[in-house]
Design a protein around this ligand. Sequence first.
Ligand code: MTE
Ligand code: MO
Length: 436
Amino acid sequence: MTDKKERGIRELYEQDPERADALVFGRVPDSNRRGFLKGAGLAAMGAAVGSSIPFSQNMPAGMIPAALADSVEDFRLEGKDGDMTVLNDRPVNMETPAHMLDDDVTPAERFFVRNNGTLPEKIALSDWSLKIDGEVENELELSYDDLVNDFEHVTLRLQLECGGNGRSAFNPSPRGNQWSVGAIGNAEWTGVRLSDILRRAGLTQSAVYTGHYSYDEHLSGNPELDPISRGGPIDKMMDPHTIVAFKMNGEDIPAAHGYPVRIVAPGWAGSVSQKWLTRIWVRDREHDGSKMTGMSYRVPRTPVAPGDDVPDEDMVVMGSMPVKSIISFPETMTEVPAGRPFEVRGHAWAGDDWVTDMEVSIDYGATWQRAEVMPAPNKYSWQRWRADVKAPSVGYYEVWARATDQKGRMQPMVVPGWNPRGYLNNSCHRIGVVAV
Ligand SMILES: Nc1nc2c(c(=O)[nH]1)N[C@H]1C(S)=C(S)[C@@H](COP(=O)(O)O)O[C@H]1N2
Ligand SMILES: [Mo]
């Protein structure tokens, strides 16, 4: 593996999977046919994982073994909770390793952070206000006290996933933070329904979309520019689960997550959930703020070939996120007992929808077994799933997991439709385990 220092093995698998296979396994990658991991290649991979590989005949070509995918050193930096994965420090972007997402309610210390601009100084509550203007009968200017005292409170567990979660698996590699699987969290948010605020303001006939503003600053320092100003269609904003939150897990919202007030519009790209919120501009057309247009948070209307240039008019704003799941236990590359069942569990979610089925495989997708899926405590919370899985003999295995939503849509095993900025990757999560 002489190339490993110049190009990380994950990068090499993205750019040149055949060469990566040749380096890792010493095999001649003449086709995608399975079952050619033999002889020297099998011995080399076995040596790398310190074990035999019972289902080696099923191992797909050109797909990095999970044993190696998570061992890439480059990104491992200190973050909050020490073990968060820091992708960027300006702006701050950090994700949560899958095994740290095992809690039903994600603690703030382990919640991914996605900033487009500066991380603002803590504002005094007396200085904060929220303006509602645009296509409304009565413009509102709410103080923090008005917000907290004048509207009914709701507390909900809500999944929040970055639209670019999973971007690192796209090939060719789109620009942007190279998220693995951990730009997702499910905190318990307390706030007021955005619909109640919009009703108080009185939407006019012409109201079709919201535009969100906040007090974080553009990295250029130019006060004319917003780091991000997205929004959503009125229907989504009037959903009773779309809230203006002032508490996260029962505490003030931490600085990194939008103190003192943010939107949580669950099930849609996290970018709709404006942090450090100061203004909601009700629009008579699709909002055209920063990162609403061009390639940002937009995907091709119809599938395109990987790497294609897509003209602006063929791009559409993303809506609901697709069905997805993670394996949060055990941690990848844990030892498990051979020949005896061990517990595998995680969470599954499906944007505006919900998860009805969950399956796991221990043999690279040759066979699947049903997992249990629990109902969500409230709509838009992720759902717990669990299964007892057995590795028939000693050796290296991978656990693959896939969710299906109530409309019958299933997570793909391979990376779905390439798009210029690498959004909406809902391919299956997998981990490596070593049965001993
Ligand atoms: N004001 C503001 N709100 C924002 C952002 C931002 O950069 N500034 N990032 C958005 C994006 S892209 C995501 S994915 C979520 C992330 O929320 P979190 O950092 O609390 O996890 O916040 C959204 N809200
Ligand atoms: Mo995001």
